[in-house]
Design a protein around this ligand. Structure first.
Ligand code: FAD
Length: 464
């Protein structure tokens, strides 16, 4: 009998396993593929490896100090090779960590048979049954593809295929301008492809702050990325070696385009492999497994975490939920505070955000004040040649509570952690500037934005 059986070895499942083992629980981890899940194998890490390398190429190619920069070319086989090596290293390292924690990892497709009972179908066709006091469902998610689109993996791809394809197309149409669409547009554009985005909603990155969205739109325009908002893809057909894409634009006009590649980035759907909700009597909330604040399902001793339960589909959210479940099993009641879950996007520049955006803060009915500071006024950003972007602090005008922080520019995804820590410690806007920042770093943009909140910014002209 195990204390804990986990189905799915992504950042939700494996973190739950390690935290459980550290607390002396006997843990079984069932994974049908490689440990590390979507994040490590097909998501966060592969995209970032390709984004960093493609960014290096684009920076070199557009450099004003390198002679012959124009003739530089990317060796796409090496690009892919490095990405594969990064993933292999991390998957191998994770395997060793799981082993060192004496977690039993079983390779195969896990199914929940009943509370406390799981079975595994192994690759060789054999089956095994296990019993556990607690079960965590951490099956994750997969690309959600509209029914009229047929993914063939070559001309019409999701990120599952695209991140493992060596050929960079000359032109690509991306269906969807959310986080994944923007990150993939960044990779393709950095590598020299002509990118078109077809987005159904009225903006890209719709959950982000209006200033972030506006800046991203401008950056895409400068890069000559052809963005169609309020545009509905209607038909995607492979014709010989090209793809025909038919979409209706915001003006109601139907357009037809031919392209070498289509990337479908229309969101993610939960994986319910081995979880027969109806048979089990498992309560659902739309397509996701329904859970309470401690990630308990309606079935006794059965928890669900990560992308499977929806909300922010992010690796660190899945891992934070894993910790809450293990705490719950150990008798401590904790819960996730969504307002403290940072968001990070590696677009044409980085975006790090936490808490409310300006629209949400206004809608909350609180009296708010905003401080902002441009990257172009930062010595560090100028020295790096990364002058696009800003830091923005939204605080309660009366008590100074930090309600949201939005940073766009170089290192923004790292920098936002500072705001998360301040908010976790219930710090006020003043705390963001009373803590001294090293010079010259882009962390000073956050300090100046917080100072600006009190009209005290040093490196920008005095405001009326
Ligand atoms: P997953 O990581 O999906 O893991 C679930 C695991 O369960 C998988 O390994 C799967 O094989 C296994 N599984 C499923 N069913 C069974 C079964 N029946 N039996 C056995 N095993 C099973 N998030 C970020 O925070 N930062 C990023 O930069 C980022 N970039 C992304 C880029 C892309 C292209 C994509 C697609 C996602 C990205 N994400 C990012 C999201 C992140 O990958 C997910 O939020 C995260 O992986 C969810 O973790 P999880 O543990 O819930 O599920």
């Amino acid at each position: 009998m195990y204390d804990l059986a986990i189905i799915g070895g992504g950042p939700g499942g494996y973190v739950a396993g390690i935290r459980g083992a550290q607390n002396n629980l006997k843990v079984l981890l069932i994974e049908k593929d490689n440990v590390g899940g979507t994040c490590l194998n097909r998501g966060c890490i592969p995209t970032k490896s390709l984004i960093y390398d493609s960014r290096l190429f684009h920076s070199a190619k557009t450099s004003t100090i390198l002679n012959g920069a124009d003739s530089l070319a990317v060796d796409t086989s090496k690009l892919l090779e490095r990405k594969r090596k990064v993933v292999k290293t991390l998957v191998g390292g994770l395997g060793a960590i799981l082993k060192s924690n004496k977690i039993e990892v079983v390779q195969g497709k896990g199914s929940l048979q009943a509370p406390g009972k799981v079975s595994v179908e192994k690759a060789d066709g054999s089956k095994a049954d296990y019993e556990a006091k607690n079960v965590i469902l951490a099956n994750g998610s997969k690309p959600s593809v509209p029914p009229f689109i047929k993914v063939d993996g070559k001309f019409v791809q999701t990120t599952d295929e695209a991140l493992d394809t060596q050929e960079v197309p000359e032109n690509v149409i991306i269906i969807g301008g959310g986080v994944i669409g923007i990150e993939m547009a960044t990779i393709y554009s950095n590598l020299g492809a002509q990118v078109t985005i077809v987005e159904l909603l009225d903006d890209v990155l719709t959950t982000e702050d209006p200033d972030v969205r506006k800046t991203m739109r401008n950056m895409l325009k400068q890069r000559k990325v052809d963005v169609h908002l309020k545009a509905k893809a209607k038909e995607i057909t492979v014709e010989k070696d090209e793809v025909k894409v038919v979409f209706e634009g915001a003006d109601g006009k139907v357009q037809e385009r031919m392209t070498q590649r289509v990337l479908v980035a229309t969101g993610r759907a939960p994986v319910l492999d081995g979880v027969d909700a109806e048979k089990l009597g498992l309560a659902m909330e739309g397509p996701f497994v329904k859970v309470n604040g401690q990630l308990q399902t309606n079935l006794p001793g059965v928890f669900a975490i990560g992308d499977l339960v929806g909300g922010m589909m992010l690796a660190h959210k899945a891992s934070a939920e894993a910790e809450i479940v293990v705490d719950c099993i150990l008798g401590h009641k904790k819960s996730l505070k969504p307002e403290l879950v940072p968001r990070c996007i590696w677009g044409l520049t980085e975006i790090g955000a936490v808490g409310l955006n300006e629209d949400e803060a206004k809608a909350s009915g609180r009296k708010i004040k905003i401080g902002k500071f441009s990257y172009s006024s930062s010595g560090a950003a100028q020295a790096m040649g990364e002058v696009e972007g800003f830091a923005k602090v939204i605080g309660d005008a009366e008590i100074g509570e930090i309600l949201g922080v939005h940073i766009m520019g170089a290192h923004a995804t790292d920098l936002v952690s500072e705001a998360v820590t301040a908010m976790k410690m219930e710090g006020a806007v003043e705390d963001l500037y009373e803590a001294i920042k090293p010079h010259p770093t882009v962390s000073e943009t956050l300090l100046e934005a917080a100072l600006d909140w009190n009209k005290l910014a040093v490196h920008s002209p005095k405001k009326a």
